[in-house]
Design a protein around this ligand. Structure first.
Ligand code: AQP
Length: 350
């Protein structure tokens, strides 16, 4: 039997009759519980049913200031984390965005046909730019790079958290515009967003999405590498309300308790009624928090252990990423050539 941490990639994949999935994650900080429950856990769970490309989008991470050493370390660490949560290189192609030149090249071509107004109305751009004195061009352009990532692979489905829904919609708009201008070229991708867990909220402020960028703020997030005591402390400190009813709710006043129940539901895989039944005899929010902390700790402990094993052999990790990049390039480079040809660029004679 293959060990769970075995990390070899197969030869170049052929397009199978499975639906093709592409998704990415930025090495922009410590991976937090929202990234895991809203996206990564589902990637791993469904990978056998799909043909998968999972990308560490390091070029996207550059759209906000990053210390070079940290970006470098976080990129490799994120690769180990994706394997540790269960991404299987025999079922999925795992690679680093900047290792496949077609991503940046195609972004430029798509930039030249994307109206700037489409980008200015993106809510993530508005949120991230509002706190900055000087906004870099890359931050505005982030969704075009993402559209290129997705479209290069003739992707059918893009599994993401709710915050990325608008960007996937934009990728669809860009695909349709290109197809209209230059003839059928791109598959128009569908977002795949979980019904529950697609927007995990911060423990310190249940009105704010949990984010890697805020994970340094005390009490905001559980990070996947946090020790059990730290996880327990963070969840026990979670903001709730002055009531005592432990039920799912859309009431913004009860968002803290709802968030804890959502986390419990996604981690345990139970139905909503079973979740509420589990807490029918709970003494109050203190007990809710303890039990949520318990299931989160149980979920993350084996991931932390596998991560440590994988990080002990970075040479093997780098080899795996190199093979992933080769497989990704085998699919995306012919597509990039098709795009260049369609817009009228002269291809070099080989
Ligand atoms: N709070 C969340 N709940 C559910 N899903 C989430 N995702 C992010 N936060 C939550 C999903 O995680 C995947 C990877 O995210 P990303 O690295 O592409 O960037 P992001 O969406 O901007 O996530 P962060 O954590 O907020 O990163 P920073 O702070 O660097 O911007 C995506 O599918 C995302 O939807």
């Amino acid at each position: 039997m293959r060990s769970q941490t075995s990390i070899s990639q197969n030869a170049t994949p052929k397009r199978s009759n499975k639906r093709r999935v592409f998704s990415g994650i930025q090495p922009s900080g410590d991976v937090q519980l929202g990234n895991y429950l809203g996206a990564m856990k589902g990637w791993a769970a469904r990978q056998a049913e799909k043909e998968n490309f999972f990308c560490i989008v390091d070029l996207h991470a550059l759209t906000v200031p990053q210390a070079p050493d940290e970006l470098h370390n976080q990129t490799r660490s994120l690769a180990a984390m994706l394997l540790a949560i269960g991404i299987d290189p025999h079922l999925s192609t795992l690679f680093i965005q900047s290792h496949v030149a077609a991503h940046a090249e195609v972004c430029w071509i798509l930039n030249c046909m994307t109206p700037i107004g489409w980008l200015e109305r993106m809510t993530q751009y508005k949120d991230k730019s509002s706190s900055q004195e000087s906004v870099v061009t890359g931050l505005l352009d982030y969704p075009v790079l993402m559209a290129g990532d997705i479209l290069l692979y003739d992707t059918d489905e893009v599994p993401v958290g709710d915050d990325q829904r608008q960007h996937v919609e934009l990728a669809r708009d860009i695909a349709q515009r290109f197809n209209h201008l230059y003839g059928e070229t791109f598959v128009v991708p569908e977002p795949f967003i979980a019904e529950v867990g697609a927007r995990i909220m911060g423990f310190n402020d249940p009105a704010l999405k949990m984010s890697k960028s805020y994970s340094h703020i005390r009490g905001h997030a559980v990070r996947l590498l946090d020790e059990p005591e730290e996880i327990e402390r963070t969840i026990k400190r979670a903001v709730t309300d002055s009531g005592n009813e432990i039920r799912f709710s859309n009431d913004p006043e009860r968002a803290g308790v709802n968030n804890l129940l959502v986390i419990y539901k996604v981690v345990t895989g139970k139905e909503a009624t079973a979740v509420e039944a589990d807490f029918a005899d709970a003494g109050g929010y203190g007990e809710l928090k303890s039990r949520v902390a318990e299931v989160v700790i149980d979920e993350l402990s084996p991931i932390r252990a596998r991560y440590a094993e994988l990080m002990a052999d970075v040479t093997e990790l780098d080899r795996l990423l190199a093979r992933g990049a080769e497989r990704a390039a085998a699919v995306s480079e012919p597509k990039a050539e098709e795009i260049k040809r369609k817009v009228g660029l002269v291809l070099p004679v080989s």
